[in-house]
Design a protein around this ligand. Structure first.
Ligand SMILES: Cc1cc2nc3c(=O)[nH]c(=O)nc-3n(C[C@H](O)[C@H](O)[C@H](O)COP(=O)(O)OP(=O)(O)OC[C@H]3O[C@@H](n4cnc5c(N)ncnc54)[C@H](O)[C@@H]3O)c2cc1C
Length: 300
């Protein structure tokens, strides 16, 4: 692998690349060993060149935004992480549409939309990911979801930049076809509405609710499980008496049982073991199979 990495490094020399970066610094769970290389692209061309080099030399690569929905391996990652967490341009507002680069924080886009007299994004403002990550995950909160707002995306696929009008069927619950390997979201355009005068208030209210109900002072990846049909994962987990239950440094949050928090020194192994205990106990107790929402970096 060393030879492969050297070749990739030589091919992308001059780009914004760093070596041996702990994944714990790139993910909100604060878990994970070293990534061999991390590229912070300044342009779509940087991404294209990097993917081409990885493909040519057989080096694994994957895309991360803010790393707020990802559990990274303790052993690290032997390839290139393409980290799109910095906007390449500023969001553009035209009439009631907003076009944003993938690396913009969703919170910034929501805040700027409200500042531009638009509504639709405000209840998504507390989601700590990027616009690219939100599109890939079809992020949603308090009744709003990316799929209800998105109009089109600019993606990089097979070395080509494509503008695609999105369809509702491109998205499912916390998933989309834009999270597929080899598809990179470069920017997205959203159809918003004129503010009804309450958008700022709704944004403040959702922020207040998050601070009250979510364990924001501990590292986590948000809700670990998808919401089962007609039920709430947190309530099912709490119903099994697992609130506060720990494996190593991974704990079912005593504040919100849908979250696993890192109490200091959690490993990927701790979290995976805790996830499987929760899934088994909830199934035994209620017959519901909880499906993981948090992605494993090794699966990207
Ligand atoms: C405290 C907390 C609260 C949260 N609350 C919510 C919530 O209310 N609702 C909700 O839906 N989620 C929530 N999340 C989860 C997470 O913030 C969202 O899933 C978010 O959309 C992930 O964005 P990200 O940039 O961090 O993506 P990452 O975690 O970096 O990546 C997630 C997936 O998106 C892909 N991806 C990222 N960027 C791109 C890109 N540019 N092109 C293609 N694929 C890409 C990755 O490959 C990966 O498959 C929460 C997380 C935390 C820590």
């Amino acid at each position: 692998m060393e030879n492969t990495l050297d070749r990739v490094y030589a091919a992308i020399k001059g780009l914004n690349v760093k070596c041996n970066i702990p994944l714990s610094t790139l993910t909100s769970f604060r878990i994970g060993g070293p990534a061999a290389m991390v590229l912070r692209p300044r342009s779509a061309e940087d991404i294209r060149r990097t993917i081409q080099a990885c493909s040519q030399f057989g080096c694994p690569y994957c895309v991360l935004g803010n790393g707020t929905n990802v559990l990274a391996p303790d052993a690290g990652y032997p390839g290139v992480i393409i980290r799109i967490d910095t906007p390449m341009t500023t969001p553009l507002f035209v009439d009631t549409t907003a076009t944003s680069p993938a690396g913009t924080a969703l919170s910034v886009l929501a805040r700027d939309s409200v500042a531009n007299g638009l509504m639709g994004m405000e209840t998504l403002s507390g989601i700590p990911g990027t616009v690219g990550g939100a599109v890939a995950m079809n992020a949603g909160a308090y009744g709003a979801e990316i799929r209800h707002l998105i109009k089109s995306v600019r993606i990089l696929k097979n070395g080509r930049v494509l503008d695609v009008d999105t369809k509702k069927s491109d998205f499912g619950y916390r998933e989309s076809k834009y999270a597929a390997p080899g598809v990179i979201v470069l920017s997205a355009t959203f159809q918003l509405e004129h503010d009804d005068g309450q958008a700022k208030q709704r944004m403040l209210e959702t922020s207040r609710q998050r601070k009250e109900k979510q364990p924001l002072s501990y590292p986590s990846a948000g809700s670990v499980f998808k919401r089962p049909n007609g039920r709430f994962a947190g309530a099912l987990i709490e119903g099994c008496g697992l609130k506060g239950f720990s494996v190593g440094g991974a704990q079912v949050s005593p504040l919100h049982a849908g979250f696993i928090v890192n109490t200091g020194n959690a490993t990927e192994r701790d979290v995976l073991e805790l996830i499987s205990i929760i899934q088994q106990r909830v199934f035994d107790d209620s017959g519901v199979r909880l499906e993981r929402e948090v992605k494993l970096l090794s699966e990207l």
